[in-house]
Design a protein around this ligand. Structure first.
Ligand SMILES: Nc1ncnc2c1ncn2[C@@H]1O[C@H](COP(=O)(O)OP(=O)(O)OP(=O)(O)O)[C@@H](O)[C@H]1O
Length: 310
């Protein structure tokens, strides 16, 4: 339905989006995952025709939309990261204003306002001024504005960053329903792995402007099929111990967790005996250890050597 072809954006001499090829099939929910600065917002601004690419193309049903985005705008709803609402107007008045901008037909506007307010769970607060809303509620009004013209494709740019857990759950559930029940195609950007795992059929992982891996979750997880993930709980930690583990030949990655370490190691032999020996030497007690199935977070760590929050 929508695809990008070698999409790139260069600012002065800095390439912030580099040869990105991605596609969205109708009805899919696709995640765009990457740490801050990976190039996610820039990519979706180009897909949404808010920003001109330096090179490459964006196509809707096989037709380029770079020079004439009118067809794209009809089918696309975009929820940006920044909240663009009039604080002194009510939720209802904001939606009315944006509905006119998005050219929702006059005879449908009132019913669409009520439907979208219902979807985001704010129908009973519609007369209240935006400035009285919490951050999460403002984000929900923002989503409502993007849904007014009943878009077939919804792009959300980190819609749950910095909001309360209740609004976060509400937004996640709403996006899931839009996708599963209304068939809306979704592109969801996030640096929260668990949201993408929960919501998306397919994932693109971005880092430093490039797509470094893509596929459905089992395809991505198979990247680590030859590795074990071991979570070890320790009574204390030392730099020497950490370094010694890093130096074990089959260890790929070591990450400190709140109460110990997480290790990704090649499956070739059991690493536990090495761990016990090293812990003994450093007078560190292993309180517990657990083999874990790898997560998308582990894939990211494996591919980049960093966690998503670095
Ligand atoms: N107008 C601009 N001029 C120069 N550099 C820019 C501009 N806009 C973005 N960048 C840079 O491009 C890189 C990618 O930014 P982008 O906002 O697309 O990343 P992101 O993955 O969405 O991260 P975040 O989650 O922080 O928004 C960053 O290094 C950013 O500083």
């Amino acid at each position: 339905m929508i695809e990008t072809i070698q999409l790139s954006k260069v600012y002065k001499d800095k390439t912030v989006v580099n040869d990105v090829n991605l596609y969205l099939d109708q009805g899919e929910s696709v995640g765009l995952l990457g740490p801050n600065g990976a190039g996610k917002s820039t990519t979706i601004s180009m897909i949404s025709s808010l920003l001109k690419p330096t090179s490459g193309d964006v196509k809707l049903n096989g037709k380029s939309v770079i020079n004439d985005p009118s067809d794209l705008r009809k089918v696309l709803g975009v929820v940006p990261q920044e909240i663009a609402l009039y604080q002194e107007l009510s939720a209802y008045e904001n939606l009315k204003f944006f509905g006119r901008i998005y050219q929702v037909p006059k005879d449908q506007l009132e019913s669409r306002i009520q439907e979208t307010l219902e979807m985001v769970g704010l129908k009973d607060r519609q007369k209240d001024m935006i400035k009285t809303f919490s951050g999460g509620m403002k984000r929900r009004v923002n989503i409502a504005t993007a849904l007014l013209h009943n878009p077939k494709v919804l792009i959300l740019d980190e819609p749950t960053v910095g909001i309360d857990p209740q609004s976060r759950n509400y937004i996640l559930e709403m996006v899931r329903q839009l996708n599963e029940q209304s068939g809306t195609t979704v592109l969801y950007t996030s640096h929260y792995m668990e949201e993408v795992e929960q919501l998306c059929h397919r994932v693109y992982i971005m880092d430093h402007g490039r797509v470094i891996a893509s596929g459905n979750q089992s395809e991505l997880l198979s990247i680590l099929s030859n590795e074990d993930t071991i979570k070890v709980q320790l009574n204390q930690m030392s730099e020497d111990f950490l370094q010694a583990i890093q130096d074990i030949d089959i260890v790929r990655q070591v990450e400190e967790t709140g109460d110990g370490i997480k290790i990704i190691a090649k499956k070739s032999r059991n690493i536990i005996s090495d761990l016990v020996k090293l812990a003994d030497k450093e007078n560190i007690q292993i309180l517990n250890f657990q083999m874990e199935n790898p997560s998308l977070e582990d894939i990211f760590l494996h591919l980049t050597g960093r966690t998503l929050r670095d």
